[in-house]
Design a protein around this ligand. Structure first.
Ligand code: SIN
Length: 270
């Protein structure tokens, strides 16, 4: 889970180098680059190498760069919940969730504010063949419902924004996706289940689904499948939402944290 790529300038990539990067992403699920002094336009250009921009489910982009989204926590902000809290894959409540996310560090706390990932393909591979068989044809219900409820309790301003968005009801209704997901480019299988959005399993009672999802969540998020990134200014991380989960920490009070994110369109999970 995770790999650092050295000796690359993201604004000067020929096709062969990009192909190596994409291969590394598919193999390691999250890759990162240090010392990339790039701007919004460069990030957009690098992002577009992976595919067209996805529509962001949570907010508007930057002026002049509608596909670049700020992830900012001010030094004096005290929030019960931050963007990226809790183990999740990006926007799985959509029919076609974003495939890939890119995040670029601009202002980084001296400590705190790391991000962690887990590899859901490794999690799948380490299940017994019997459990793999049990999961094979199940569909997981992914919904924004728990996020909306948490925001209501923890962040009334943010909650008002999310709840007044015209498509929030649709995102709460969510989507049913295969619990065992096959990567469209590599054929690798992984568990499509997280803590933030997975809400139930098609055809199961809630207690049945909770028991199975509970087991899967603790299996997927074990340390052996994880990596943790200490951000620096000009670090760029790229991850493949189809085969990993990630989580941000709300532990950088007193320091500004500023990152910029782009997402790449995905397909209906299969
Ligand atoms: C995210 O979930 O995309 C945000 C991650 C972070 O801010 O570390």
């Amino acid at each position: 889970m995770g790999a650092e790529i050295l000796g690359v300038d993201l604004v000067d990539l020929n096709d062969a180098r990009f192909a190596e990067i994409e291969h590394a992403l598919f193999r390691h699920k999250m890759i990162f680059f240090r010392d990339q002094a790039i701007d919004h336009a460069d990030q957009e250009a690098f992002s577009l190498r992976f595919g067209p921009f996805a529509a962001d489910a949570y907010g508007k982009g930057m002026e002049g760069h509608p596909n670049v989204h700020a992830v900012i926590k001010e030094a004096d902000a005290r929030a019960g919940m931050i963007f990226g809290s809790g183990w999740h894959t990006d926007s799985p409540f959509l029919a076609e969730p974003p495939a890939i996310t890119l995040l670029r560090g601009v202002d980084i706390p001296p400590y705190g504010g790391d991000t962690i990932w887990v590899n859901t393909a490794l999690a799948y591979q380490t299940l017994s063949p019997v459990m793999q068989g049990v999961l094979q044809d199940l569909k997981v219900h992914m919904s924004m419902g728990k996020v909306v409820a948490s925001l209501r309790a923890l962040d009334p301003d943010w909650s008002r924004q999310v709840e007044s968005a015209p498509d929030t009801a649709e995102k709460v209704a969510g989507s049913f996706h295969p619990l065992v997901r096959t990567h469209p480019k590599t054929g690798e299988k992984g568990l499509y289940c997280d803590v933030t959005y997975a809400n139930g399993i098609e055809g199961m009672t809630q207690p049945e689904a909770d028991a199975l999802l509970g087991f899967l969540r603790s299996h997927i998020t074990q340390a052996a499948f994880s990596c943790r990134l200490r951000w620096e200014v000009n670090t760029v991380a790229v991850w493949d939402n189809r085969l990993c989960l990630h989580q941000a920490f709300n532990d950088s009070d007193g320091f500004r944290r500023e990152l910029y994110r782009t997402t790449v369109t995905g397909e209906a999970p299969a």
